[in-house]
Design a protein around this ligand. Sequence first.
Ligand SMILES: *Cc1c(COP(=O)(O)O)cnc(C)c1O
Length: 371
Amino acid sequence: MEIAIPFIKLATEEKEGELAPIFDEIRSLFKSSQFILGDKVADFENRYAEVAGCRYGVGLNSGLDALLLGLRSLGVGPGDEVITAPNSFVASAAAISLIGAKPVFVDVAEDYNLNPELLEDAISDRTKAIMPVHLTGNPCRMKEINAIAARHGLKVIEDAAQAIGASIDGRPVGSWGDIGAFSLHPLKNLHVWGDGGIATTNSDAIAKELRLQRNHGLKNRDEVQFFSFNSRLDTIQAIVGANYLKLLPATTERRIKNARLYDGRLRRLSGFVTPPPSPLPGVKHVYHVYQTRVQRRTELVEHLLKRGIETKVHYPIPIHWQKASESLGYKVGDFPMTDRLAEEILSLPIRESLTENDISEVCDAIESFYA
Ligand SMILES: *Cc1c(COP(=O)(O)O)cnc(C)c1O
């Protein structure tokens, strides 16, 4: 079956004119041989931090590392507990586990994000931090989460990997917690040509700590403060990222516009829920994913595929059901909302290059299925 409307298209998205400055800058980089860190990385970090409403950005080699080094920079370590959502991409829980801490899951609410009302029951003497995940580009209820964190003396690290450009009351995600962790993976809204990540913060001390964490713990050329990783953002990727940042406002608007087109057609369809069912006032959702809830998912996916329309499920197996989580000992009934969502969610194509016609075709196909 030929795919007329693929879920993802990468290299074909950009126009030649948008690519030329990137290749020019990479050519000059080659001549200067400033391959590691340098001005280009610093420039990208500053621009990105501004978009995330923060004073500092620290370029890293993945979103996972932004979470992992972020947690380490907040002093989270072996024996500590960190609260997060079980319906995320696996990296959220993995980052917690990889530093020797324990991921503690809390179920999600009607907006599919961490439910602040369930948070306090999950806090123990060992809890050190909360990691809300702005899943699909929809901001979490940060005011409530921050208030709870403040009450219990906990740190907040936002997993904002899917949410660059999203905001609450005009304040960008990534600036609500102590640290914002972002991924620059090719599938994210703002991406580079390989792996990359960035951590944002308003704290001078945390920014300094993150810079040590990503660079072998090196205080200067010869002195090592502590043993650490090499997780520097590639300079070539910083050039790519800085150029794509210029396009971000436009691509974000296209995604939001696409979402509104879908909403308009599909909102009243019975057996179908558009995302998120009850948006909060002041919230800007950037639609990394357009996640719907559907009935008879398997048949619908098949029906759409027959018409050349590709969809995805983010994610079919929640983290607490992965083999990797076995030792955490969760059982049926612990996270009813997450488990129910895993059965019902379906992501429609939402990329910025979709035309109104493409969206109309997807809607026609969905309507014909439920007719
Ligand atoms: C993509 C993603 C990550 C990890 O990013 P990488 O750059 O692939 O390491 C973490 N959390 C969430 C929610 C993500 O979507």
